[in-house]
Ligand binder design. Structure first.
Ligand SMILES: Cc1cc2nc3c(=O)[nH]c(=O)nc-3n(C[C@H](O)[C@H](O)[C@H](O)COP(=O)(O)O)c2cc1C
Length: 190
């Protein structure tokens, strides 16, 4: 089993992101290869990056960074659930990535993006090089255009085709994730 964290990027009141993240986390929990966990950046509540040392040194001075490091260290795979803000990604997810380095490395990453006609694709495209810089390995994406038509109060209820797309991405994350997990173990033992 791989430990998969679904990380909800949006932190604003009334956000759609929590319902979309909760939906995706449910799909991941039903998948045979994952132990699924929802991580909400609003609850994590990181300040704007405030560590004096480069994260590669892992010399964290703040308790919030030590806690965030332990959370990400424990995972084998990630899915970022993110909206598109002004044709880019929300600052919250960049900030959360920047806090750490080794904790992300050699682990697969999927995206669930949402927005208007773009389905959040521009946010994903801009975040890919950032993810690559910390060693995350992109393993797929699900883009949801005009997502608000699938919102029912606090629930997100998309058509079955989105569940199929989510499972296709999860299948790939499972394959890539198993290989990378074995590789990380070998590197640690070397
Ligand atoms: C600051 C801001 C910028 C936005 N820019 C875009 C955009 O570039 N493209 C888009 O499709 N939607 C854009 N939207 C609309 C969002 O898709 C919509 O508000 C969505 O609910 C945001 O996700 P959230 O509710 O999880 O925060 C923007 C919304 C906000 C608040």
């Amino acid at each position: 089993m791989l430990k998969l964290q679904t990380i909800v990027a949006s932190t604003r009141p009334g956000r759609a992101g929590l319902s979309i993240g909760t939906w995706f986390n449910g799909v991941a929990a039903a998948h045979k290869d994952f132990q699924a966990e929802l991580v909400d950046l609003k609850a994590v509540n990181l300040p704007m990056f405030d560590e004096p040392n480069h994260p590669r040194m892992r010399q964290y001075v703040h308790q919030h960074t030590k806690d965030w490091s332990a959370t990400i260290d424990a995972a084998d795979a990630f899915v970022f659930v993110l909206p598109e803000y002004n044709h880019g990604f929300p600052a919250s997810i960049k900030n959360a990535i920047d806090y750490l380095s080794h904790e992300w490395a050699d682990k697969p990453l999927g995206f669930v993006s949402y927005g208007g006609v773009s389905g959040g694709t521009r946010a994903v495209q801009l975040l890919k090089p950032v993810a690559g810089a910390v060693g995350l390995v992109v393993a797929g994406e699900v883009n949801i255009p005009f997502f608000s038509q699938y919102r029912q109060d606090d629930l997100f209820v998309p058509p079955a085709s989105f569940v199929d797309s989510a499972n296709l991405m999860l299948n790939r994350i499972a394959k890539v994730g198993a290989t990378l997990k074995a590789g990380r173990k070998e590197l640690a033992a070397a």
